[in-house]
Design a binder for this molecule. Structure first.
Ligand SMILES: C[S@@+](CC[C@H](N)C(=O)[O-])C[C@H]1O[C@@H](n2cnc3c(N)ncnc32)[C@H](O)[C@@H]1O
Length: 253
């Protein structure tokens, strides 16, 4: 089930960089963090999600007045995009960056079961970014240790609990490569956890255009030391089937 909404021309014209329109393939390419003249979230927040991604997801998988939840809200990009297009929005973070984000651990959200119509999450990818000094920050857990996936499984179970049946959730993540140490296929690890709870709806590859990729010294190191810089993120779109269907199919077996 997809929910398409018309994007009025006047609105499209307003947004310059790049045009704000529905993506139709599984390869998304977003050169800029924000759409339009306003900012969604904070581009100075390290690890902020490009707002185009959230806009595209909400257009397809949510309706007006639906409740959109982000359990790791960071600079609040999800809240700003959701409100822009008349969704209700709830954001949590272990270390909130603004007053409309509630302090909570994504492994234990203060929200009743099956309240959210759509959940978006962009978790820490191992220890690359220091988000805060909070010891409960999952960004302090090295993806090379079982602790990272154990923590993320609790987050994913919580997303499943708060999501209404017959609704979608999306998780945006990159693999992790630490030069001279190891490659951690975080995307595959998290996808296999997601599959324990949800039905896969689709997998999108989002091309990253970060400044690091363009810096000559990184390029040189990648060539000379024989490794690859991260060029894309996974966007896993997952579906929570309706309960009735699940029970019916079990009875039919
Ligand atoms: C990649 S950032 C999210 C970026 C956000 N989507 C944005 O556009 O600004 C990951 C966030 O997860 C938060 N976080 C880490 N561990 C958490 C936990 N246990 N519970 C809730 N939030 C957590 C961090 O504080 C950080 O803000």
């Amino acid at each position: 089930m997809f929910y398409f909404e018309e994007t009025r021309l006047t609105m499209t014209e307003k947004f310059k960089k790049p045009p704000l329109r529905l993506q139709v393939t599984t390869l998304w390419d977003y050169p800029s963090q924000h759409y339009g003249d306003a900012e969604q979230g904070d581009q100075n927040y390290k690890g902020a999600t490009p707002s185009y991604i959230i806009w595209n997801l909400l257009q397809r998988y949510s309706k007006r007045k639906h409740l959109v939840v982000d359990p790791m809200c960071g600079s609040g990009t999800t809240l700003d995009v959701a409100r822009d297009i008349e969704r209700r929005a709830l954001g949590y973070d272990i270390e909130p960056s603004r007053p409309d984000i509630f302090r909570a651990d994504a492994r234990n959200l203060p929200l009743e079961d099956e309240k959210a119509d759509f959940v978006f999450i962009d978790p820490p990818y191992s220890t690359h970014i220091q988000y805060s000094d909070n010891p409960r920050c999952i960004g302090k857990l090295d993806a090379g240790t079982p602790a990272y996936c154990e923590a993320m499984e609790k987050v994913i179970a919580e997303i499943f609990r708060i999501l209404r049946p017959d609704r979608y959730a999306a998780l945006y993540v990159s693999d992790s490569f630490v030069k001279g140490t190891a490659f951690y296929p975080i995307g595959f690890e998290l996808f296999s956890i997601l599959r324990k709870y949800f039905t896969p709806a689709d997998i999108i590859s989002v091309v990253r255009h970060n400044r690091t990729l363009k810096m000559g010294n990184y390029r040189k190191a990648a060539e000379e030391e024989n490794f690859f810089l991260r060029g894309f993120n996974y966007l896993f779109i997952m579906y929570k089937p309706p309960k009735a269907k699940k029970e019916k199919s079990r009875m039919e077996k």
